[in-house]
Design a protein around this ligand. Structure first.
Ligand SMILES: [Zn+2]
Length: 634
């Protein structure tokens, strides 16, 4: 058969198969302890990656800032794991596919048939492509939608520089809204990219090749030599400048932010060194931060080589640097060793929160670590009280849910205390050695909780018989809520006990506001003080507190956030005035969602909240819009 006939035959076969399967996504395999590395099945991807998988992709894109689209093509290089398997199913959502061609080994293009499967909402549509025998390269020409969920486009009026800005957020499953690919953390690939934007802006990516200055052509080239999963694909375009913080670290930000950001994050190089001392070589070349506009929906995103960071942690005193430590820590836990599906998210986040605490301890000492741990423990306990039993465990069945729902406190904080507990049982030296071995063993692989469990048993539980058991480990992994044994490591902080004491004496009228030694309190003590206040404060008390502490003018967004929540409760006018400007500027979900929810629940605030939301909406990321609307009951 010649190539054309083979392609036609393959198309017919594919259409028959597709007709039989009724466009349903491939049935998920059952996950279990017998799972091998890299073959975990992901219910949130249509890709049949056990049969054919992407090895490398080359992007060539033009960015149109006013039309809000990326247009161009991607060339996929494939590993034909099952050489006889004659189709490739990619994930896609809201993509306009113009053309698909196979590239023959001699470089000739061969048009191939393709079609979209049915629309599955947030999962998008499978893009089914006929894959002729012997073909290992495909070129797909496409354009993104202005509504692409994984991209946020901002006009000049919505940025600090006055120039347009675009950034991606691919985690958990939004890469498919800007590149047709196998959008699952189970598949890793290397990539290169050429991207053209307006000459007055600069393009950066989570990759090697970021320039330190805007060039004159508007064209930028990148290369990612380490294999990454799709959720770590990252691009941004804006009026960016660079400030060096060390030989392999630096900050990208819009000009108005750069000085404050470079000052706030000047410990970046030291943090990388601390990370290497703890868990081995940093394997990604440079580590830079990109400070995004305040509408960025998250605190940070661990895009490799270039983590994205919200400007809301620029507090002027470095007090919110735990978030930078967190994103950096992902260079080992998450980016180097990756959860194979979102049910295993705790593997990324639990290790990372543990690691973040270790970095903060190295930088600022045990007391700061204890204060942060206590905040994390108290927040987790509140969360566990408020959520369904099925969400109270580390390994969760998310097969019928939006993977967005994986992102809650449990995989982060309960995951962290699980890791803390293992360290507590075997001792720090033994545990650190184990972790270094773990990162080496699974480097650049995507693994399941069961892969981790088997490795832990072999390399830590068996050699340390009597210190911990697999039954205890399974309690942590598979049973809802914090196990009894967690209380062995319940964090305590003398500094917080002192705050509790002062708070109680003040609230009972024993001492005055002026007596509180609050000027000497750490940011974390302040957070503990505010979140522990009993009952509802009245507007008069809040006014008195503002006179003494000026909380409404706080530069620290974590403290300010708690104060704004209290302001809603108390219907406290100066706080509500600040809340309005805050909601119009900041799109970080951690803050906006609870604030809108509190407004919706308050006796007075729902209509006001909706009115503010309508004005803020154009500047919000699609994720923030979605969460805010849910919070407001829209
Ligand atoms: Zn994280």
């Amino acid at each position: 058969m010649n190539a054309t006939i083979r392609a036609a035959a393959a198309l017919l076969l594919t259409l028959l198969l597709a007709a039989c399967s009724g466009d349903e996504p491939p049935a998920p395999l059952t996950a279990g302890p017998e799972h091998r590395v890299g073959t975990g099945s992901d219910p949130h991807s249509f890709a049949e990656y056990e049969k054919v998988r992407i090895r490398h992709l080359s992007l060539d894109l033009d960015a149109d800032m006013s039309a809000r689209i990326l247009t161009g093509h991607v060339v996929l290089e494939l590993d034909r794991v099952e050489p006889g398997f004659q189709r490739l199913v990619l994930d896609s959502r809201d993509l306009n596919i113009r053309d698909v061609n196979a590239i023959r080994p001699d470089g000739e293009y061969l048009p191939v048939s393709w079609r979209f499967g049915a629309d599955h909402g947030h999962l998008g549509r499978p893009l089914v492509i006929v894959l002729p025998a012997g073909i290992e390269q495909l070129r797909i020409d496409y354009t993104t939608s202005p509504e692409a969920f994984g991209l946020q486009w901002l006009d000049g009026e919505q940025t600090s520089s006055g120039r347009p800005f675009m950034f991606s957020q691919s985690q958990p499953h939004y890469a498919r809204t800007w590149v047709p690919l196998q959008d699952t953390p189970a598949v890793r690939y290397t990539f290169d990219a050429t991207v053209r934007g307006p000459r007055e802006l600069m393009v950066v990516m989570g990759a090697a090749g970021n320039e330190f200055e805007r060039n004159d052509t508007g064209e930028y080239r990148f290369e990612m030599p380490e294999p990454i999963p799709s959720y770590l694909m990252a691009i941004a375009i804006g009026d960016l400048v660079f400030a060096e913080t060390g030989p392999r670290t630096g900050i990208y930000a819009e000009p108005p932010w750069i000085e404050a950001a470079a000052g706030e994050f000047d410990v970046l190089e030291e943090m990388v060194e601390i990370g290497e001392n703890l868990y081995g070589e940093y394997r990604w070349g440079r580590y830079d931060l990109l400070v995004l506009p305040p509408s960025f929906p998250f605190g940070g995103m661990e895009n490799p080589r270039l983590s994205y960071i919200t400007p809301t942690i620029i507090a002027g005193d470095g007090s919110l640097l735990a978030l930078v430590a967190h994103e950096l820590a992902h260079s080992w836990s998450g980016n180097l060793v990756t959860n194979a599906a979102w049910r295993d998210l705790w593997l990324n986040e639990g290790f990372t929160v543990h690691f973040e605490a270790r970095i903060m301890e190295e930088l600022y000492g045990q007391e700061v670590r204890d204060q942060l741990a206590k905040l994390s423990w108290d927040g987790l306990m509140d969360t566990l009280d408020a959520i369904d039993a099925r969400d109270r465990q580390l390994v969760r069945d998310l097969s019928d849910r939006d993977p967005e729902q994986a992102f809650m406190r449990v995989p982060y904080d309960m995951g962290r205390f699980f890791i803390d507990w293992i360290e507590h049982r075997v001792g720090r030296d033994v545990f650190d050695e184990f972790l270094r071995g773990y990162f080496d063993h699974f480097a650049f692989q995507s693994i399941t909780s069961e892969d981790f469990r088997a490795y832990l048993e072999q390399h830590l539980v068996v050699p340390n018989r009597g210190r911990l058991t697999m039954a205890e480990v399974d309690q942590w992994l598979y049973e809802p809520g914090m196990p009894e044994i967690a209380f062995e490591i319940r964090p305590e902080s003398d500094a917080f006990v002192a705050v509790d004491d002062w708070r109680e004496r003040w609230q009972s009228g024993e001492v005055d506001l002026d007596d509180l030694p609050a000027d000497a309190w750490s940011v974390y003590q302040w957070l503990h003080f505010l979140s522990g206040l009993e009952g509802r404060l009245d507007a008069e008390t809040m006014e008195a507190m503002d006179e003494r502490f000026d909380l409404v003018a706080q530069q620290n967004h974590e403290i300010l956030f708690l104060w704004l929540l209290r302001s809603i409760e108390a219907e406290y006018a100066p706080g509500i005035e600040r809340l309005e400007t805050f909601l119009l500027e900041v799109g970080r979900n951690k803050f906006t969602r609870p604030l809108y929810a509190a407004l919706a629940e308050s006796a007075w605030g729902r209509d006001w909240g909706i009115e503010v939301y309508e004005r803020a909406r154009p500047g919000y990321h699609p994720l923030t819009r979605q969460a805010s609307e849910r919070a407001l009951g829209l």
